[in-house]
Design a protein around this ligand. Structure first.
Ligand SMILES: [Cu+2]
Length: 265
């Protein structure tokens, strides 16, 4: 028989964990058009959110680093970081906007290194190092390259042009080495942010009844997921990074990647 006190304690622990397992945190790096038709400044929203459930928005600290990589060259975007307030369905929170100058043809890899976020319900810090991709003139230049981040997901399919009904694969790296058995949470951006209003929009999908969608990497750190719907899909490898502590507390250093899927017409 389980002593009552222990049973109650584990019930309490389960109740604390429940909202966390039911919905995944995702660092967004969002702009609606990833295939850029005309050269110019592209606004990008940095929001720390639960996008599949159109849920709670977390207060983001000022990002530690924001830049993009084009033809192997790093273009700093920190000068353009501007605080905004993002209005979710039930709350609003601190977020940021940056401007990405897209001029020449090729890929632009957007990299965001957020400050560690303290998650009270878990008593841990979360830092989601995030990549998103823009492309101009359909010329592939950078998307398949790792960016030398502490942890990252390297796309094995072109992330700006995934076909609905096909699959997306990625390789999870930590300090450049594949991570086997990494847990990868998968979310659809059910409500795409309104770029003018800095607010959520009417959701186009509901979160899954079975909770968070998860894949696990194989011996080479690779996962694959079949893409069922057009829009933005996010993948987050949990705790895949080398840093495990921040400010005396546990740190989950995660790798996030966003890809854009289109219907075949
Ligand atoms: Cu949260």
């Amino acid at each position: 028989m389980i002593p009552r006190k222990t049973a109650l304690a584990s019930l309490a622990a389960a109740a604390l964990l429940a909202p966390v397992t039911a919905s995944a945190h995702f660092q967004l790096s969002y702009t609606p058009e990833v295939n850029i038709a005309r050269p110019g400044d592209v606004p990008v929203k940095l929001i720390f959110w639960h996008p599949f459930e159109n849920g709670h928005v977390m207060d983001m600290g000022p990002p530690l680093d924001v830049y993009m990589v084009h033809r192997g060259e790093r273009i700093d975007l920190m000068d353009s970081v501007t605080p905004i307030t993002f209005q979710g369905a039930n709350n609003s929170a601190a977020a940021f906007e940056v401007v990405a100058p897209v001029k020449r043809s090729g890929d632009y890899v957007l990299v965001t290194v957020p400050a560690p976020y303290y998650e009270e319900s878990e008593d841990i810090y979360i830092q989601q190092i995030t990549k998103a991709y823009l492309n101009r003139n359909q010329m592939p230049t950078d998307w398949m390259e790792p960016q030398g981040l502490p942890t990252e997901i390297v796309p094995l399919n072109k992330p700006t042009n995934v076909i609905v009904g096909s699959t997306f694969s990625g390789q999870v790296l930590s300090d450049g080495a594949p991570v086997a058995g990494a847990e990868v949470e998968i979310e659809f951006m059910a409500s795409e942010p309104d770029m003018e209003a800095n607010a959520t929009t009417e959701p186009t999908a509901q979160p899954m009844p079975g909770g968070t969608v998860v894949a696990v990497t194989d011996a080479n750190g690779v996962f694959t997921f079949g893409i069922p719907k057009a829009g933005f899909w996010g993948f987050a490898a949990l705790g895949s990074g080398p840093a495990t502590e921040h400010d005396g507390k546990e740190l989950s250093q995660d790798a996030v990647i966003w890809v854009r899927a289109f219907d075949m017409q």
